[in-house]
Design a protein around this ligand. Sequence first.
Ligand SMILES: Nc1ncnc2c1ncn2[C@@H]1O[C@H](COP(=O)(O)OP(=O)(O)OP(=O)(O)O)[C@@H](O)[C@H]1O
Ligand SMILES: [Mg+2]
Length: 366
Amino acid sequence: MSSKQPHRSPGPGDLAIETTGLVKTFGENRAVDGVDLAVPAGTVYGVLGPNGAGKTTTVKMLATLLRPDGGEAHVFGHDVVREADAVRGRVSLTGQYASVDEDLTGTENLVLLARLTGHGKKAAYARAEQLLDAFGLGDAASRQVKNYSGGMRRRIDIAASILNTPDLLFLDEPTTGLDPRSRNQVWDIVRAVVGHGTTVLLTTQYLDEADQLASRIAVIDKGKVIAEGTKGELKASVGAGSVHVRLRHAEQRAQAQEVLRLALDVPIQLEPDPVALTARVGEGSSNGRGAAEQASLALAELARTGITVDNFSLGQPSLDEVFLALTGHPSEPQDPGPQTGQDRQDRQDRQDRQDRQDRQEAEATR
Ligand SMILES: Nc1ncnc2c1ncn2[C@@H]1O[C@H](COP(=O)(O)OP(=O)(O)OP(=O)(O)O)[C@@H](O)[C@H]1O
Ligand SMILES: [Mg+2]
């Protein structure tokens, strides 16, 4: 949505979002419990947290769809409560303002939304075609959206939300439930959007997604920011990589733990699986070696001592490992996580219904 009021374009050093002590309660539940955020304009800012952490609730307050119960939030300097209209003129939220109609085709949806936001007929068709092509939906342009796959649906949602390039785009878990190829496509889109100067607030449950896209990351848990910083800072505190080892013989695990501890000089974690061990390795840690080099040394050391390894991998820490490193306990989702594609779809549908309701309530309070 574009503002009718003239406004200065955000420049480097400006804050797109600034919150202090932001609070939202639902009954006894402090869903957002004193959140401070400072999001530089022109960047992707990642909000990382498990189910029920308060990500969506935070986004909804910033997008003026929910009223905060405490604290303050400013979007490009505008108070989200007192200057909600000015905020709405600058922001867009995936799957929300851009309510895609399932019975219309891709082209029809985008043209309709473009016409509604003031594009002439020719310009609307041109913009629709440009976006459909850019999002890899050219071939599906004349198909009804209800026949799109999950990944295509997510892409048309994002396309709809950037018809009029917003200054700030909220992407609430844009890739949850998508296959790796679709995730990569969405990531490319996010990079392109930011390349055009839009600030993106991205919520995610995946550290690798935040790592791929975001310049700064806030980790939230139970409504509170438990860590904040650049990707490098976050990795320095949680470890750059995670070495996962599965042994052939469970009885060699204690020995393997000792060998790995000596080789890597970090605590070695025993997994519930009786043949599995995990170690967090740092970027250029005490011995000055990178994570991959440390991992291969550890593997060589296991082989040298006659320990049979069935499977070995070096990956980024999972969200659980991030939480373990930051809080000393694994993340405990407040809501059960999605298990199947159907569960995810049901959750998405519920979220969509709730979003429509919030939107109507927000409209009613204007
Ligand atoms: N409209 C509502 N009414 C009551 N409780 C709510 C409402 N919306 C959210 N909550 C509760 O607030 C907390 C935070 O929810 P929120 O949806 O913000 O989490 P989230 O981080 O977005 O989680 P997810 O990853 O599952 O989307 C949860 O405990 C949730 O049950
Ligand atoms: Mg959410």
